[in-house]
Design a protein around this ligand. Structure first.
Ligand SMILES: [Zn+2]
Length: 426
């Protein structure tokens, strides 16, 4: 009993501890959390409760994740809030951030640890992807980007909440149960970004989302400009979306703290710059011969030095997506709207098996007199592969040269088209 009480106290301390260090604070997420807790006394209790639920979910799904391989695609809207025109980042820069998220979360980042690295066994594909929304919360077609000109020159901490308020010079978020809202703004001071935690969704849905400064957003345009040269690889986005899916800083926001993940090494505090492996900032933390896992996305190192999520972190994010953020799983934000479902003479389209390894059967009832073309398009609407004219009712398709992921199969003739989701596994 005594032990239980002690453990409980440790969890409470770890959940809510936070050592502010103005000089070295790159991320404002914990500051925001403490403000939320001060404004909402029930939040602390809810967080403790969902911590237990997350652990239970992970226990129940311990060995299922890898084998099931179910991919989750998060509809994402990027809100650009700009005062000076340089802050009005291009569509191309926005797409570069979505690419970084997809590469980092799907373990397709080129700078991932090589298989000889002692931490390589912990590296994992989280099976989470992001699409720029194809339809807005009212069902209208969209490119997943909104642009708002504001009179606010830069966003000081006192008015960070206003970023998500149309009435206060920002932009209301889209239904946070259905979309990841990413804001690109000019943050006052040196903070790179901040995010809301899943537990805040219930009490403050209008403040849900991720905020990133325009100099640390994506990999193109203004990314890495000015004094933010080390933030040029879009990893602020990866880090903040990690928080949004309930990940904590790797050092647990207190000396040798807990990040509620079992397979990340203890760390004394945030690591900066480009540490060299093995990096032992403080052996008292109990990190082993391999030192601290500074290359984790949830540390504070340079963009070029953070390269991985662990299996434990992926499980924690999965628990969130099957718990507090479960609404995203049924969101139709990624579905195309400009689909005409009356493709002449094509009565039915089937893809099987689905998911598949890139080889599948496309079955269409062609009624013998229609020429249709099939193509594979990605979540951003770009054609990944043109399959060509389909002439048979039952055609074996081979797209094993396409990277694993979620795609749309588009079947079209000159006047109309229909789409089917296709999941390619490895
Ligand atoms: Zn952070």
């Amino acid at each position: 009993m005594v032990k239980k009480i002690q453990i409980g106290i440790i969890v409470i301390i770890a959940l809510f501890s936070f050592s502010a260090n103005a000089q070295s604070n790159k991320c404002g997420t914990m500051q925001q959390l403490h403000k939320s807790i001060a404004n909402d006394p029930t939040l602390k209790q809810r967080m403790l409760k969902s911590e237990k639920s997350a652990r239970l979910w992970n226990l129940n799904h311990l060995n299922k994740r890898k084998s099931e391989g179910n991919l989750i695609i998060i509809p994402t809207v990027v809100h650009v809030i700009w005062n000076s025109s340089i802050e009005n980042v291009s569509d191309e820069q926005i797409r570069s951030q979505i690419d970084v998220l997809n590469n980092d979360f799907r373990l397709m980042n080129e700078d991932s640890l090589d298989d000889q690295h002692p931490f390589h066994p912990f590296v994992v594909d989280t099976k989470i992807e992001f699409c720029l929304a194809q339809q807005d919360e009212n069902g209208n077609a969209t490119n997943g980007i909104t642009r708002t000109q504001t009179n606010v020159i830069s966003w000081k901490e006192d008015n960070w909440d206003d970023i998500k308020s149309t009435d206060s010079g920002g932009k209301n978020n889209w239904d946070p149960e259905k979309y990841l809202n990413i804001y690109v703004v000019n943050i006052d001071g040196g903070i790179l970004g901040f995010a809301s935690f899943p537990d805040e969704l219930q009490s403050k849905p209008d403040l849900d989302g991720v905020v990133i400064r325009f100099e640390a957003f994506g990999t193109k345009g203004t990314a890495g400009s000015g004094e933010f040269a080390i933030n040029d690889k879009g990893r602020t986005g990866t880090h903040e979306v990690g928080h949004w899916l309930n990940l904590r800083h790797i050092w647990g926001d207190t000396a040798c703290g807990d990040d509620f993940v079992d397979d990340t090494e203890k760390a004394e505090k945030a690591n900066f710059d480009k540490p060299v492996f093995p990096h032992r900032a403080n052996n008292q933390c109990g990190s082993g011969d391999n030192g601290e896992m500074y290359m984790n996305f949830m540390d504070y190192v340079d963009d070029s030095s953070m390269v991985m999520f662990t299996s434990g972190q992926a499980s924690r994010m999965s628990a969130t997506l099957n718990g507090l953020r479960v609404g995203l799983l049924t969101s139709n934000g990624c579905e195309l709207t400009n689909v005409i479902n009356d493709l002449n003479s094509v009565n039915s389209v089937m893809v099987y098996p689905n998911p598949n390894n890139g080889q599948f059967i496309l079955s269409i009832d062609l009624n013998n007199h229609t020429v249709v073309r099939a193509s594979i398009i990605n979540m951003l609407g770009g054609i990944v592969k043109d399959i060509g004219i389909i002439t048979k009712d039952r055609s074996p398709i081979d797209i094993t040269d396409v990277q694993a992921g979620a795609y749309y199969l588009r079947i079209s003739n000159t006047t109309s088209s229909i789409i089917k989701k296709v999941f390619i596994t490895e």
